[in-house]
Design a protein. Structure first.
Length: 362
């Protein structure tokens, strides 16, 4: 059975986004395409998605004759060079203002493809088909598009919703545990900002014997948490900042790791949650027992991040470049309790270093 969510958007060209949680992908894709104006169709994948997913959908009648655009894999290729390649392919394929781009892949593809579509000919329609848990629960929902630039995560981009997001959990069958965990970190964040019930369900999930049917139901709940927040605050002026929990540290960890040994986004967020729950205890009195339960789950499943005290100054400097900051003060989203979010909180450099100590030793 399909589930549909509609998210209102202040964008004048596209008035709403429809999120379809589908178990009939072929039918859902055809219906979405039929509702989007298009003189021709382009499909964007990365090299992995081309092999694992495009081969299963390329013969669908609704996308017969579509022009395929492929970019290299991994977040380190979410770059201006990859973006230029997509623009050139759209141009070489005689793309017009009335063309349609379908982004098939993980968060890197949906982020970059959404930005390419938002800027080509001043904006064309696009559909996101997320094929990783991370993209399903986070990257393809909510209208954030962009690329990394100058060594910083998502430095260049725009807010612009896709016309449709088609979520079919059959794609998860091809993912390894590491990539499932990467997406799950965002779900855990949603549980922490939502309520005790969802948080407790998430902590009880067993990754030694993952139940994908159960995960699909949990995914639906998680998407709904994000959509309700995005609908209230599409451009992150207020409550949408709740979704940044774990990300001030997380983006710094991810940028730091890019120069050494890259880590998956969700792993960086999981380590960021540890640090920001520590600050939540110190600054807001978040319950220690809930912090320890959450951290136990993270450490059991995500292991540890190999940082030392020699990395602290670099990590703090990376945090100062975060888009959420004002006047170079480092901005955090913290919790008073599960479901009790406090945005625009500051921490001293000393408190940040204490949190990093806690990550390493706690």
């Amino acid at each position: 059975m399909e589930k549909h969510y509609i998210c209102n958007n202040v964008n004048k060209r596209v008035m709403e986004q429809r999120i379809i949680i589908s178990d009939h992908f072929k039918k859902s894709l055809a219906e979405a395409i039929s509702e989007c104006e298009h003189d021709q169709i382009f499909v964007l994948t990365d090299e992995t998605t081309k092999d694992t997913c495009w081969s299963l959908m390329k013969n669908h009648l609704s996308i017969k004759g579509a022009r395929l655009i492929t970019i290299p894999c991994s977040d380190c290729n979410k770059t201006l060079e990859s973006l230029v390649h997509v623009w050139k392919e759209l141009q070489l394929g005689n793309g017009s203002r009335h063309s349609l781009l379908i982004n098939v892949g993980g968060g890197m593809v949906t982020d970059l493809g959404g930005f390419a579509a938002s800027t080509f000919k001043r904006g064309i329609n696009f559909i996101n088909v997320p094929t990783t848990l991370l993209a399903m629960v986070d990257a393809s929902v909510g209208g954030k598009t962009g690329i990394n630039f100058g060594g910083l995560k998502n430095e260049i981009g725009v807010f612009n919703e896709s016309r449709f997001v088609i979520v079919d959990t059959k794609w998860l069958q091809s993912l390894d545990t590491e990539n499932l965990l990467s997406g799950y970190a965002e779900m855990l964040k949603h549980g922490l900002i939502a309520n005790d019930r969802l948080w407790a369900v998430l902590l009880a999930f067993d990754f030694d014997q993952p139940d994908l049917k159960k995960l699909s139901r949990m995914l639906s709940d998680s998407i709904e948490v994000k959509e309700k927040i995005v609908e209230k605050d599409p451009h992150e002026q207020n409550i949408r900042k709740a979704l940044n929990l774990g990300h001030t540290f997380g983006h710094a960890f991810e940028a730091w790791a890019l120069k050494r040994k890259p880590i998956l986004h969700g792993y960086a967020v999981a380590y960021g949650l540890i640090c920001e729950l520590y600050l939540s205890v110190v600054i807001l009195g978040f319950p220690t027992d809930k912090m320890r339960q959450t951290i136990h789950f993270i450490k059991e499943n995500y292991g540890s991040l190999n940082i030392s005290c020699d990395d602290y100054d670099e990590l703090i400097e990376l945090m100062r470049h975060d888009k959420k900051n004002r006047d170079r003060s480092i901005n955090f989203t913290l919790l008073k309790d599960v479901g009790k979010v406090r945005i625009d909180r500051m921490a001293t450099d000393e408190e940040i270093k204490e949190a990093l100590d806690f990550l390493r030793e706690g």
